[in-house]
Design a protein around this ligand. Structure first.
Ligand code: AHG
Ligand code: MN
Ligand code: MN
Length: 338
C-alpha cells in the first residue's frame, strides 16, 4: 500500500498528522500548537506582504480610515500569535520578546501542559527596506505542578527540554521550518492555495560551510580570541580557506541561508554587549534545536547552547551556530577566552 507521504503533495497539516501517528503516546496537543502557529504565520505573511504600502495606506503613529491607531508590524505580529494561541487549551503561558513578563492565558480559557516562547518579528528594522524578516518559536512542556497558569519555572528551562521549535521566514517565499526532535523539515507557502507544502524534508546542513555571517562593525569591541577566530574564517591565518561574508541583519534570514548552504552565524559578546545581543529563549535555543537536528551545532562560546540553564526570561547569549566543523573551530579558538 502506498503511504500518503509518498504521494507528491504533502501539506503541513498532513505531515504533522503523519508524524504524530508514529508516536502512539502522542495526544495531538503538540500537533494542535503547530497547526495554530502555521495559521498565525499565514496571517503575519499577509501583513508583511503589505508592509511597503504602509506609507500609502497609513503607518505607525497615523490613523486609518476607521480612526484606529496603526501599529508597528512587530506589535501586530505579537498580537496575532498571542490571539491565535491563547484559547486552544494546550498552553498554560506564553512569553514574547515584545513583552516584559509572562503572557497569561485569559481566565475564560483552559490551561494546557505546554508553554510557548517566541520572537514575533525578527529583524524588524529590515521591514522598512524590504529585506526578509521572520518569526521564531519554541515549545516546552510545563514543569510546574497542577493545571493552573504557567510559571517562571516553566519558561526557564534549558533548550534541551524543547519539544518543538521553528521559524518562519518571510522572504521571496514564506517558509516554515520546524522540528519536534525528529529531523528539521521545511514547508513553503503556496500563496495561490494558502497552504504550506512540504518542500524541504529532513534538512541536512553541510558539515563545513562557505558562508560567514557576522557584524564586524563590532570588531573594535571583540576579545582577542574572537578576532583570531574571524581571521581564521576569513583565511587570513592560512589555516582555512576564506569563507564568503553574508550578513542580512535578520537572524532568521542569515541562519536559513547558512542552514541550507552551509556556514556559520556568529554574534559574539563584545565589550559593549558582554552577553551578546540575541535572546537565549526566543532566538538562540529554537535555532540551536533546529540546527542540531539538521546535523549542525550551536554554542555560546563555551558551552553547548541547549545545555545552558536560563535564569532570566529576556536573557541574552553569545551565539555561534551552523556547520559542525565550523562551530568546532569556534569552540577551540574561544577556549582561551576565559
Ligand atoms: P529583532 O528585530 O527581533 O530585535 O532581532 C534583531 C537581531 C537579529 O535578527 C539580527 O541578527 C541582529 O539583531 C542584528 O544585530 P546587529 O545590528 O547588532 O548586527
Ligand atoms: Mn529577533
Ligand atoms: Mn523581534
Amino acid at each position: 500500500m502506498i503511504k500518503q507521504s509518498e504521494t507528491s503533495i504533502v501539506t503541513i497539516d498532513r505531515f504533522i498528522i503523519e508524524q504524530e501517528a508514529k508516536f502512539p503516546e502522542a495526544t495531538g496537543e503538540l500537533s494542535g500548537i503547530l497547526y495554530d502557529l502555521a495559521v498565525a504565520a499565514k496571517m503575519i505573511t499577509s501583513k508583511v506582504r503589505r508592509a511597503g504600502l504602509i506609507d500609502i495606506l497609513g503607518g505607525a503613529g497615523s490613523s486609518n480610515v476607521q480612526g484606529e491607531h496603526q501599529q508597528k508590524l512587530d506589535v501586530i505580529a505579537n498580537e496575532i500569535i498571542t490571539k491565535a494561541m491563547d484559547h486552544g487549551g494546550r498552553l498554560c503561558a506564553m512569553a514574547s520578546e515584545e513583552e516584559t513578563g509572562i503572557i497569561p492565558i485569559p481566565r475564560e480559557f483552559k490551561c494546557g501542559k505546554y508553554v510557548l516562547l517566541f520572537d514575533p518579528l525578527d529583524g524588524s528594522s529590515n521591514i522598512d527596506v524590504n529585506v526578509p524578516v521572520g518569526t521564531i518559536f519554541s515549545v516546552m512542556k510545563r514543569v510546574s505542578e497542577g493545571e493552573g497558569p504557567g510559571e517562571m519555572s516553566d519558561m526557564l528551562q534549558p533548550g534541551l527540554r524543547q519539544v518543538a521549535a521553528g521559524y518562519v521566514i518571510y522572504g521571496s517565499s514564506t517558509m516554515m521550518v520546524y522540528t519536534t526532535g525528529h529531523g528539521a523539515h521545511g514547508f513553503t507557502l503556496d500563496p495561490s492555495i494558502g497552504e504550506f507544502l512540504l518542500s524541504h524534508p529532513n534538512i541536512r546542513t553541510p558539515e563545513t560551510g562557505t558562508y560567514l555571517s557576522v557584524n564586524d562593525a563590532y570588531e573594535q569591541h571583540w576579545s582577542e580570541p574572537v578576532r583570531a577566530l574571524m581571521r581564521r574564517y576569513r583565511g587570513l591565518d592560512l589555516q582555512r580557506e576564506a569563507m564568503n561574508v553574508r550578513y542580512v541583519g535578520s537572524l532568521v534570514a542569515d541562519f536559513h541561508r547558512n542552514l541550507l548552504g552551509g556556514g556559520i552565524f556568529v554574534y559574539p559578546a563584545n565589550k559593549k554587549s558582554p552577553q551578546g545581543k540575541l535572546r537565549l529563549l526566543y532566538e538562540c535555543n529554537p535555532m540551536a534545536f533546529i540546527c542540531e537536528q539538521a546535523g549542525g551545532a550551536a554554542i555560546d562560546g563555551r558551552h553547548r547552547l541547549l545545555e545552558v540553564v536560563p535564569t532570566e526570561l529576556h536573557q541574552r547569549s553569545p551565539l555561534f551556530i551552523g556547520s559542525k566543523k565550523d562551530v568546532e573551530i569556534a569552540a577551540k579558538l574561544l577556549s582561551s577566552e576565559h
